[in-house]
Design a protein around this ligand. Structure first.
Ligand SMILES: CC(=O)N[C@H]1[C@@H](OP(=O)(O)OP(=O)(O)OC[C@H]2O[C@@H](n3ccc(=O)[nH]c3=O)[C@H](O)[C@@H]2O)O[C@H](CO)[C@@H](O)[C@@H]1O
Ligand SMILES: C=C(OP(=O)(O)O)C(=O)O
Length: 421
């Protein structure tokens, strides 16, 4: 298992290129299954999750050709609309294959993803919504087996209101509805920029969608979608992670292609903490000097503070001045990084969905274990400011969602290397 070795204490200066977003690329690879014509996705990040999704769809009989900056996906010969457990277990986003397969073939078998470190993450809303569109779905032997009733060839438009806001749920319904008969209205829809990006790709394929980026999305089903070329939106969580890293170490960095307009909640907190952050042409500029002031925050759905930035901002709070309180409202078990941050000298108490942090002036390097994707990123940030050497073990979590993180950090002056294991 690979590890990262970090020698902390360096300020970060220079430019980082932000990659395409994991959470847009994954649904968009599934959206390519909606058409028998080729789809080209550009600005595709080099991530383990993307590789897993490509294996998953290749397994179904899809042809993938590498092109500069991305892939060309040809699903005209897709023969087996199935997502097996072996692939789904390493990546929950595989559930995004369900909506497109069902919409195009009237038939899909997708493994239930199972729980993961940050929470139980059920998919009951996905099933309920697709059932409202006329699918028969049974759960047997750990699989969701979805079919259209006899005599039907298309899903039916429906009004779907989920019990809570769900990002991949909204994406599954959005993709399924593009080929359904009639109108689908998604109420209580997620508003994340990745959903808007997916909707823009679907529109480029001939879908009729209105209201993306709001809580009410309307889709008029069409008979067929065609191919398209789409550029994956920049990863706001990768950008937010680098902002927190530089805010913690001090320094001056431009995040090329970063979208400040997708990170308002995080940038507001960084400014309140004392960092200077500005949108610049095709990027974000951050300048930070000296110890910042810790900030309390509460994770909520977009446009609120993202749960995917909670761990990284907590690492920053751990070495900022004063107390802060972090409230995690989206996932029930997303404080796995706390014990590891404590091993590095942080002062953090957890009580249910609250974490209370008392900033300390200095962390000290140690061996720590990554438990999930963003927990790993928070440990890297802590390692960059800690005294001496920090080893972050189990970074396969990090590789799931960060495109060459250590090379990008080295490029702006961090002392960080990968130890192959
Ligand atoms: C690939 C991708 O885009 N992943 C993101 C997506 O995950 P994902 O789409 O899985 O997260 P959801 O928005 O669905 O989850 C929100 C909450 O709803 C619950 N829920 C969801 C669906 C369901 O059928 N039943 C149910 O109870 C979840 O357990 C969670 O408590 O949004 C999360 C919340 O912003 C992010 O942390 C993930 O990075
Ligand atoms: C939780 C995350 O991703 P996923 O939904 O793919 O597990 C994340 O990106 O932080």
């Amino acid at each position: 298992m690979d590890k990262l070795l970090i020698r902390g204490g360096r300020q970060l200066h220079g430019e980082v290129r932000i990659s395409g977003a994991k959470n847009a690329a994954l649904p968009e690879l599934c959206a390519a299954l909606l058409s028998s014509e080729p789809v080209t996705l550009l600005n595709l990040p080099r991530l383990q999750d993307v590789a897993t999704m490509l294996t998953l769809i290749r397994n179904m009989g899809v042809t993938i050709e590498q092109v500069e900056g991305g892939v060309r996906i040809d699903s005209s010969k897709l023969s087996s609309p199935e997502a097996p457990y072996e692939l789904v277990k390493t990546m929950r986003a595989s559930v995004l294959a369900l909506g497109p397969l069902l919409a195009r073939f009237g038939d899909a078998t997708v493994s239930l993803p199972g729980g993961c470190a940050i929470g139980s993450r059920p998919v009951d809303q996905h099933i309920k919504g697709l059932q409202a569109m006329g699918a028969d779905i049974v759960v047997e032997h750990g699989y969701m087996i979805a079919k259209l009733p006899k005599g039907r060839t298309r899903l039916q438009g429906a009004s779907i209101r989920t019990d809570m806001i769900t990002v991949t749920g909204t994406e599954n319904f959005l993709m399924a509805a593009t080929l359904a008969e009639g109108e689908t209205v998604l109420e209580n829809a997620a508003q994340e920029p990745e959903i808007t990006d997916l909707a823009e790709m679907l529109i480029a394929m001939g879908a009729k969608i209105e209201g993306q980026g709001t809580s009410r999305i309307r889709i008029q089903g069409v008979d067929k979608l065609h191919g398209c070329t789409h550029r994956v939106v920049a990863d706001r969580i990768e950008a937010g992670t680098f902002l927190c890293a530089v805010a913690a170490t001090g320094g001056d960095v431009v995040l090329r292609h970063g979208r400040a307009d997708h990170l308002d909640a995080v940038i507001d907190k960084l400014r309140e903490a004392g960092a200077s952050v500005a949108a610049v042409e095709d990027g974000i500029h951050l300048h930070s000097q000296g110890r910042l002031v810790a900030q309390s925050f509460r994770t909520t759905e977009y446009p609120g503070f993202p749960t995917d930035m909670q761990a990284q901002f907590m690492a920053l709070n751990a070495i900022s001045e004063g107390p802060s309180k972090v409230t995690e409202t989206i996932f029930e078990n997303r404080f796995m990084h706390v014990n590891e941050l404590v091993r590095l000298g942080a002062n953090i108490q957890v009580d249910g969905k609250f974490a209370v942090i008392e900033g300390v002036p200095q962390l000290s390097g140690a061996v720590v274990m990554a438990t999930d994707l963003r927990a790993s990123a928070s440990l890297v940030i802590a390692g960059l400011v800690a005294d001496g050497e920090t080893i972050v073990d189990r970074i396969y979590h990090l590789d799931r969602g960060y495109d060459q993180m250590e090379a990008k950090l080295r490029g702006i002056g961090a002392d960080i290397e990968r130890i192959k294991g």
